[in-house]
Design a protein around this ligand. Structure first.
Ligand SMILES: [Zn+2]
Length: 412
């Protein structure tokens, strides 16, 4: 089997959707081809995260639906609905967000002009959004406008929504730096932008360090971090291109681009009938820290999950049917296992005052969850990471937040 033939089947291979003979052919090629194995590992990584994110998901409470629907009704243009899968794929994309680095592909910046391009609509409470032009840096409030050539920077944990007349709305995540190159181009230096573009704004571009996304009329998300530019399309289609190649990414697909390589073939994301509005919640995602106790084979490993936030974020004070934790464990041989923990497996300890079952966490006020990793069978070096997911309730935060990957040495 050739590399090309193998690669055309790799996604289905990973999804276990090939016939037995096809699957055997791919497996035997992978045994002898390191390049294809690397590609397989990358697809598995993406799918592992996606599957993990897509698994049984808590449904948002009716009040959250109302809030989402209100937000959608507020949109000027025909409301573009966002499927739940887009929201969930953010867990996958979070993997790319971990090591947001600075990029220098854009060359010298043009001097900022005074022509207003974008208008800041909303800013998350208690968090800072800055604009920079020339040497200055100035905090921005809702209503402020951003001129051509100016740079927008968000503190970690911040969130903001801005609009460009005739183009659409953009939700910007904490830690993002972007520049208004002109009224038709945003340069995304690092971080994450969700764009909701009017049909008339065909040709609008978000240029990431490794690739550019050109709008064909759509709702999509661009994320630049960890040496990759990732594109997820919720509706419509986007051309994703760099010097190495160009592909069209349609609704329900995701592609990534690394430096020196054409954008990867789009991966299909699981469809879901439910609608979410990406603009609904501006609270920053909790920061999740996983602390592990020492481990011996055959014994469960106690762990602690500490949830904090860069700005006040409402989360449920106990694990409910709308929240859960997924552990990703990798054994010394590199095999991955997902463990889903729910209310009966986890104890929340929290001395914060709960209002209606919700607590507000921030840098000081934290929610601590305690549980056990099921017995580990093999001695050696394991890794573990935790994903905290919440379907949200009333005004609480909804989404996914992941911990860093922690090493776990299992002693004989
Ligand atoms: Zn090959």
């Amino acid at each position: 089997m050739t590399c090309d033939a193998t690669r055309s089947l790799l996604t289905d291979y990973v999804k276990d959707e090939l016939t037995r003979p096809e699957s055997d052919n791919v497996a035997s090629h992978l045994k002898i081809c390191e390049a294809c194995r690397t590609q397989e590992a990358e697809i598995r990584e993406n799918f592992g995260l996606l599957r993990l994110a897509i698994g049984p998901t808590p449904a948002p409470a009716p009040a959250v639906w109302d809030r989402i629907n209100d937000a959608v009704d507020d949109l000027e243009a025909a409301p573009a609905r966002v499927s739940a899968w887009v929201w969930r794929t953010f867990a996958a994309a979070a993997a790319f967000l971990i090591a947001a680095s600075a990029f220098s592909l854009f060359g010298p910046s043009d001097p900022a002009s005074t022509v207003p391009v974008a208008r800041l609509e909303r800013v998350g409470e208690g968090v800072a959004v800055y604009r920079a032009s020339g040497g200055g840096r100035e905090a921005m409030k809702p209503g402020a406008s951003l001129a051509m050539g100016e740079t927008l920077t968000l503190d970690p944990g911040a969130a903001a929504v801005f609009a460009i007349d005739g183009v659409g709305r953009f939700r910007v995540a904490g830690g993002t730096t972007l520049r208004m190159a002109d009224s038709r181009t945003i340069e995304l230096h690092s971080g994450e932008v969700i764009a909701e573009i009017k049909p008339s704004a065909r040709g609008f571009r978000i240029v990431g360090p490794q690739a550019r996304a050109v709008v064909l009329g759509t709702l999509f998300r661009v994320c630049a971090a960890g040496g990759r530019t990732a594109l997820t399309v919720a509706s419509g289609a986007v051309t994703f291109a760099n010097g190495e190649g160009s592909i069209e990414v349609h609704a329900g697909y995701q592609s990534t681009a690394a430096a020196g390589a054409a954008p990867a073939a789009p991966l299909e994301l699981a469809a879901d009938a439910a609608d979410w509005d990406l603009f609904a919640s501006l609270a920053p995602a909790p920061l999740v820290r996983l602390e592990l106790a020492a481990a011996t084979p055959g014994k469960p490993v106690p762990f602690t999950l500490v949830l904090t936030s860069d700005a006040p974020t409402l989360v449920e004070s106990a694990i409910s049917e709308r929240t859960y934790v997924i552990l990703t464990l990798e054994d010394p041989a590199g095999a991955r296992r997902l463990v889903r923990l729910s209310a009966s497996d986890l104890a929340a300890s929290c001395d914060l005052p709960a209002r209606n079952g919700l607590v507000s966490i921030d840098r000081q006020n934290r929610l601590v969850l305690k549980g056990q990793i099921p017995a580990l069978d093999a001695p050696g070096s394991w890794t573990a990471s935790a994903l905290f997911a919440s379907g949200g309730r009333e005004e609480s935060w909804a989404g996914y937040a992941e911990s860093a990957v922690e090493k776990l040495e299992v002693k004989r």
